[in-house]
Design a protein around this ligand. Structure first.
Ligand SMILES: Nc1ncnc2c1ncn2[C@@H]1O[C@H](COP(=O)(O)OP(=O)(O)OP(=O)(O)O)[C@@H](O)[C@H]1O
Length: 665
């Protein structure tokens, strides 16, 4: 009986035994099985493992998809690198696309300009031309089947899912009408399929990309009727050059459409050239007809309290314990800093109207980079030292003369960057070593004030070309060293780290990576977990309430942020209507401020929740600048401003509950 051959399915959490790949996380679920992000155990290269369920994907179907995939090698197609057979099953090893699907991009909070949208269109056409030249018809072109790799200030589109693809000569015998009705060409409802049926589907996709909706909607029956009979009405906001391409692709009769993807690509390229000559494609955003519900609430600035300042604040941190709340603030002079602590007391009537009572101050013989609030107290990261201002159960430990007590936790000879674990039980420093051109990472257990673990980042290449380096605690046991690679970097690496991990992520077929971000993950014991090379330069990263998720700024992008999930790798751009200068993570998302102090609130997924105007309208001659930000009690924001000309500023206390924002506390 066949039962003899049946093997029990191991639990999903069980790692791939004897596999060359380490699973990093589930990225999706298709008809035929799950899709995982995984890294090659030796090279660290990221791949997508597409599970091929024996029952749902019989061997003959699987061999057919493999046959197509292996013959398709193109920068705009998600190519198959190998087949992985393990005890758990069969997997296609595919290029990994960290940017998600075109559907998620169109529906997400990304800043898609017309220039970027047109590039995606040309990418898809180039990939489809490659398949059509090999007589392979995709049969299911739709935004869900277009995957994305990130590249500086944009994306590369790659066609995926050749699961129902056919050879054109087979179509006459077996052109079933499987596919997505919204994108199906009229002839497909009669069981016919031509190469130009893919181009019709692309016409619908381009229409949707440009306008934010499809030409036809409704039930499958209504869609069939519309594809067969209804004319396509394309809004006049679409430039004539582009509507011409879309309307030709959407002709009801296949003979009237473009006949090949190359022909459509040539027409689209010409349209893009002509458009580029007359329109600022970089500053027009898609969709061209914005949805009436897409704007977020704009609120006028209001603070419940304004404390005048006589010095500019470099950083703020609020620490809450059962005994109360304390505000720490730091100011920097030329080469030394001062930390001041206040106890915060809510007014009996208005909970967030905070009165501050000075507890004490301490001078530090170094500039202070950051104040970090943790359960033990306030960690002050200075240029070569880290101090702890411990939290006394009742009040911060201040001596009689108002001097705050501090514990020196770390002191090094050279400058470093540092991170403090979420629970404050360990800290890590990363210092550049000139002799070895490597970065020494030291993990410190702060209770002992002694180094706990010390190791040198293995990949010297990381910092030979790094123009900046950051270290971030990702959760209670893991950290990442993040290097932004400058233009002078090369792919020649003695360690092979850069070259091995760059391949899946530079999917647009670029030969080298001139700018990028290298993220190397470690355990707090110094074990290297793997590396991710993003072909875009991201810096000023902060951790978030979600483990392994970080938010940062992309070089050259003034109105967007990048949200990166590391496990599994996922990169999203988030459009914000300001140029973020300072930002902070909260339990529910992020608060971003521009130089003038205008605020934008984002939820954890990067969706914009609202915008709050700047505290004061300032002139260009004497601007009032936002210098530091902190959040507290879930809905409280402290924003420090400073006007250089008058040498005056304020700490504004903002109660987010007072604004008409879509926030759930
Ligand atoms: N190479 C890849 N890189 C990154 N994510 C991928 C990759 N391939 C698939 N995914 C993710 O996994 C999800 C499921 O993909 P898959 O191709 O298995 O199913 P599908 O697109 O739903 O199509 P079907 O089940 O019809 O084959 C996709 O939506 C995408 O989010």
């Amino acid at each position: 009986m066949s039962n003899r051959l049946a093997r029990p399915d191991p639990p999903a959490s069980q790692p791939l035994k004897r596999s060359k790949y380490r699973l990093l996380g589930l990225v999706g679920q298709g008809q035929f099985g799950r899709v995982f992000c995984a890294s090659h155990r030796k090279t660290g290269r990221l791949v997508a493992l597409k599970e091929l369920d024996h029952q749902r994907f019989p061997t003959h179907k699987f061999l057919r998809e493999l046959r197509f995939l292996l013959s398709l090698q193109h920068a705009n197609i998600v190519t198959c690198q190998a087949l992985e057979h393990t005890r758990r099953g069969r997997y296609l090893v595919m290029d990994y696309c960290e940017g998600g699907t075109l559907r998620s991009l169109m529906e997400g909070a990304a800043p898609l300009t017309l220039a970027q949208g047109l590039k995606l269109m040309l990418d898809i056409l180039a990939g489809l031309s490659h398949a059509h030249q090999r007589s392979i018809v995709h049969c299911d072109i739709k935004p869900e089947n277009i995957l994305l790799n990130t590249q500086p200030r944009g994306w590369t589109a790659r066609i995926s899912d050749f699961g129902i693809a056919r050879l054109s000569r087979e179509l006459a015998q077996e052109a079933g009408n499987t596919g997505s009705p919204a994108y199906m060409a009229p002839e497909r409802f009669y069981g016919q399929y031509f190469l130009s049926s893919d181009l019709y589907a692309l016409g619908i996709l381009f229409f949707e990309l440009l306008l934010g909706y499809r030409p036809f909607s409704g039930s499958p029956v209504e869609l069939m009727s519309a594809h067969l009979n209804s004319p396509v009405n394309i809004s006049e906001v679409v430039p004539a050059e582009l509507s011409q391409v879309v309307l030709t692709a959407l002709q009801k009769l296949p003979a009237r459409r473009f006949q090949t993807a190359e022909e459509m690509l040539a027409a689209a390229q010409l349209a893009v050239e002509e458009l580029g000559a007359r329109l600022p494609l970089e500053s027009i955003y898609l969709p061209l007809l914005p949805s009436p519900h897409s704007s977020t609430p704009q609120c006028t600035f209001h603070s419940v309290e304004q404390e005048p300042l006589i010095a500019s604040m470099a950083s703020l941190a609020v620490i809450a314990s059962s005994a109360g709340q304390w505000l720490y603030r730091s100011t920097n002079l030329a080469c030394n800093g001062e930390i001041i602590a206040d106890q915060l007391m809510a007014s009996p009537t208005i909970p967030l109207a905070i009165r501050k009572q000075r507890v004490g101050a301490i001078a530090v013989p170094e500039r202070i980079q950051a104040l970090v609030a943790r359960p033990q107290g306030c960690f002050a990261i200075a240029s070569r030292s880290i101090y702890l201002l411990p939290l006394n159960p009742v009040i911060p430990a201040a001596s009689d003369d108002g001097r705050l007590l501090t514990r020196l936790l770390v002191q090094l000879d050279s400058e470093f960057v540092a991170t403090i674990a979420p629970q404050g039980n360990w800290l890590a420093t990363a210092a550049h070593q000139h002799e070895t051109m490597a970065t020494a990472i030291t993990i410190w257990r702060h209770q002992l004030g002694q180094p706990d673990q010390q190791f040198v980042a293995q990949a010297a290449i990381e910092h030979q070309s790094a123009s900046s380096c950051q270290i971030l605690a990702l959760d209670s046991r893991h950290l990442a060293v993040i290097s932004t690679l400058g233009d002078n970097s090369t792919e020649s690496s003695s360690t092979g780290v850069l070259s091995s991990s760059s391949k899946p992520l530079s999917g647009s077929g670029q030969s080298g990576v001139s700018t990028g971000t290298l993220i190397v993950g470690y355990t707090r014991r110094g074990q290297r977990l793997g590396s991710w090379l993003l072909p875009l330069a991201v810096d000023s990263l902060i951790s978030s309430a979600i483990p392994y998720r970080v938010l940062g700024k992309e070089a050259g992008c003034t109105d967007s942020m990048v949200l990166i999930d590391l496990k599994p790798l996922r990169v999203r751009r988030i459009r914000v209507n300001l140029e973020p200068a300072i930002f902070v993570a909260t339990a529910w998302g992020y608060v971003l401020a521009d130089r003038q102090g205008q605020l934008v609130l984002l939820d954890e997924e990067g969706q914009q929740l609202g915008q709050i105007a700047a505290p004061t309208v300032t002139s260009a001659d004497s601007p009032t600048l936002a210098t530091a930000i902190a959040t507290f009690s879930n809905f409280g924001v402290l924003l420090a401003t400073w006007q250089q000309a008058t040498q005056q500023g304020h700490i504004h206390t903002i109660d987010l509950r007072e604004f008409d924002l879509d926030l759930m506390f």
